[in-house]
Design a protein around this ligand. Structure first.
Ligand code: IPE
Ligand code: IPE
Ligand code: MG
Length: 225
């Protein structure tokens, strides 16, 4: 494996995990946050992994009941505040992607604060996708660069995106086989892994197995071997 592996994960299945146990959906989000912590720590200790991008809240997730959205916002704020010392301890740089202007001032401040305080960390980059949608990201990028006189090039667009890094491994938990508007540009040549495990049940063992399978893949990028 090269030393610059970028893993992106669509962390799906929190609600079903809770409902299967007769609990409220939000309990699944709480359990899911613990797994975020475990997987991030694992990746921060694995020198082959440079970047971990996690889909935490999509531009479409506003459609959920108000109480669930409010719970997710509170959970995110709490998670970031609790994790700051852990990020620093593990030398993890936190880089949000998505349009966070839609969040409360207080949550925006927490997000920026953690980003600034971990900016010097040069280990793993953990990127949380927050109010993120790939189509929205591409639109914002195009609007940023459209006034330049020259034609827009691939490199210009790529550099204007929130996430400027191609994905190597894209994982979706929860059994569905779709991308749900996640990193569409960056995943052009990603290797796709779909697993039935609900996100709160996802383990570092399962991630290790995916990494092993990834190593066996011959990536040709349209060329020949
Ligand atoms: C993913 O789990 C977490 C978020 C989208 C915030 P879900 O909440 O979508 O869980 P399911 O898919 O309904 O089980
Ligand atoms: C994708 O999961 C978004 C996140 C994991 C944050 P969803 O549960 O929102 O996606 P759909 O509705 O199944 O496409
Ligand atoms: Mg879901």
């Amino acid at each position: 494996m090269n030393t610059e592996t970028h893993i992106a994960i669509i962390m799906d299945g929190n609600g079903r995990w809770a409902e299967l146990q007769g609990k409220k959906r939000v309990k699944g989000h709480e359990a899911g946050a613990k797994v975020v912590k475990e997987i991030t720590t694992y990746c921060s200790n694995n020198k082959d992994i440079e970047r971990l991008t996690l889909y935490a809240f999509s531009t479409e997730n506003w459609k959920r009941p108000r109480l669930e959205v409010e719970f997710l916002m509170k959970l995110l704020e709490q998670y970031l505040k609790n994790e700051l010392p852990v990020y620093l301890q593990n030398n993890v740089r936190f880089e949000p992607i998505g349009d966070i202007r839609a969040f409360s001032k207080s949550l925006q401040k927490t997000i920026k604060d953690v980003q600034e305080k971990t900016a010097h960390c040069d280990g793993l980059v953990q990127s949380l996708a927050l109010n993120y949608g790939s189509q929205n990201e591409i639109l914002r990028a195009v609007n940023k660069i459209k006034n330049d006189e020259d034609d827009i090039t691939e490199a210009m667009l790529s550099n204007a995106l929130d996430c400027k890094h191609d994905v190597d491994i894209l994982i979706r938990t929860g059994g569905d086989h779709r991308l749900s508007n996640f990193l569409l540009w960056q995943s052009a040549y990603a290797e796709l892994f779909f697993c039935d495990t609900l996100w709160p049940d996802f383990t570092t063992n399962e991630l290790e197995k995916i990494l092993k399978d990834f190593k066996k893949i011959e990536r040709r990028f349209g060329g020949l071997k």
